[in-house]
Design a binder for this molecule. Structure first.
Ligand SMILES: NC(=O)c1ccc[n+]([C@@H]2O[C@H](COP(=O)([O-])OP(=O)(O)OC[C@H]3O[C@@H](n4cnc5c(N)ncnc54)[C@H](O)[C@@H]3O)[C@@H](O)[C@H]2O)c1
Length: 328
């Protein structure tokens, strides 16, 4: 029997996480189409074994053409804006891209071969929670970015029966690190990601680290987050796609390791690695949550998956290694 080949559309595949997913997808018999408008994506991150289409998810007729022409049966939808503070200041921009863009993409699946959609959601949909948060917790986003992700989830659920697909909603926690291949990693600097910022500073003579807020309701006053290595996260997508193909059942899944680190703790680990580091404490950023980390029970049950890169020190070191490569 001929082996089934997935025709997979990866929106946002020229971005940080998308490029890591594509790197794994092209290793097996998948036909991979990357759709990206390069707003925060980079040509350098585009995998040569995939087909690249420079397009915008806001352009529905183009989406329809691409999905039909390439007989797409699975979509991994990452394309979005993700700067939490910018979202508070420019809600319309985030609504148009993250909510209407997602709606366009879903509607473009009408009368096509699309059977699976994996959506990059975020732990930001939960709002402030104390302790480990499970998928059963009712979403209550406090920031606008989180709200756009929640709306995306609702749209996927709303159109599921009508357009006959199954969805996998993946609520990522904080993604960091870089592929061991050395070919890809995070390039964009506008998202304000802590570990990316540490990696940039690691290359400076006198690193300066900004901590945004030290009066959160946490153990040391700084925000607490659950950091997941991007290669582990990419692997989860492969497992989830297999699950959707075999079980044909929709699901919502948290993607984190289940351990929270405060910003101060991360900075202290960095200090041990790098020595003289200047720390500046600034005001809180609008939209940031106090503390959030994942309950990993469902995660282990559903895809029976074990992380390979869950050491915070290794995550930081891999981000620094990539940063050095990027600057050489
Ligand atoms: N990085 C994290 O820690 C994190 C955490 C939770 C959720 N997420 C989600 O993961 C996804 C990917 O994030 P990332 O960290 O790789 O960021 P990224 O900016 O590197 O990737 C987003 C990609 O989407 C593309 N894009 C944006 N708007 C588009 C549009 N209208 N049409 C076509 N392409 C468009 C960008 O050019 C970019 O390549 C996003 O949906 C984000 O909300 C990320």
């Amino acid at each position: 029997m001929k082996k089934r080949v997935n025709h997979i559309l990866v929106t946002g595949g020229a971005g940080y996480i998308g490029s890591h997913i594509v790197e794994l997808l092209v290793k097996s018999k998948n036909k991979v189409i990357i759709l990206d408008n390069l707003v925060t994506g980079y040509r350098k991150l585009i995998n040569k074994k995939a087909t690249f289409v420079n397009a915008d998810i806001k352009n529905k007729s183009k989406l329809v053409r691409i999905i039909k022409k390439n007989k797409i049966n699975s979509i991994i939808h990452l394309a979005a804006y993700l700067n939490v503070s910018e979202a508070e200041k420019n809600k319309k921009k985030y609504y148009l891209n993250n909510v209407l863009g997602t709606k366009n993409l879903i509607k473009a699946c009408k009368n096509t071969d699309v059977k699976n959609i994996i959506f990059s959601s975020s732990c930001a949909v939960y709002g402030n929670v104390s302790g480990a948060v499970s998928e059963k917790k009712k979403p209550n986003p406090i920031g606008y970015y989180g709200l756009t992700k929640f709306k995306g989830e609702e749209l996927l659920k709303k159109y599921q029966k009508k357009f006959n697909y199954n969805y996998g909603i993946l609520r990522y926690f904080n993604v960091a690190g870089a592929s061991h291949s050395g070919k890809i990693g995070e390039i964009e600097t506008s998202h304000g990601h802590l570990i990316k910022n540490l990696a940039i500073e690691a290359l400076q003579k006198s690193p300066q680290i900004k901590i945004f807020g030290n009066d959160y309701k946490t153990k040391d006053g700084t925000c607490v987050r659950d950091y997941i290595h991007v290669s582990d996260l990419a692997d989860i997508h492969i497992k989830c796609l297999k699950y959707l193909n075999s079980r044909k059942k929709s699901f919502v899944l948290n993607c984190g390791y289940g351990k929270g680190y405060s910003v101060r703790e991360i900075v202290n680990i960095f200090k041990k690695l790098r020595g003289n580091v200047m720390i500046e404490v600034l005001k809180k950023r609008p939209g940031d949550l106090d503390r959030i980390y994942s309950n990993t029970k469902k995660f282990k049950e559903l895809i029976k998956w074990k992380p390979k890169h869950n050491s915070i020190k290794k995550i930081i070191l891999s981000a620094i290694k990539w940063e050095k490569k990027l600057n050489n």
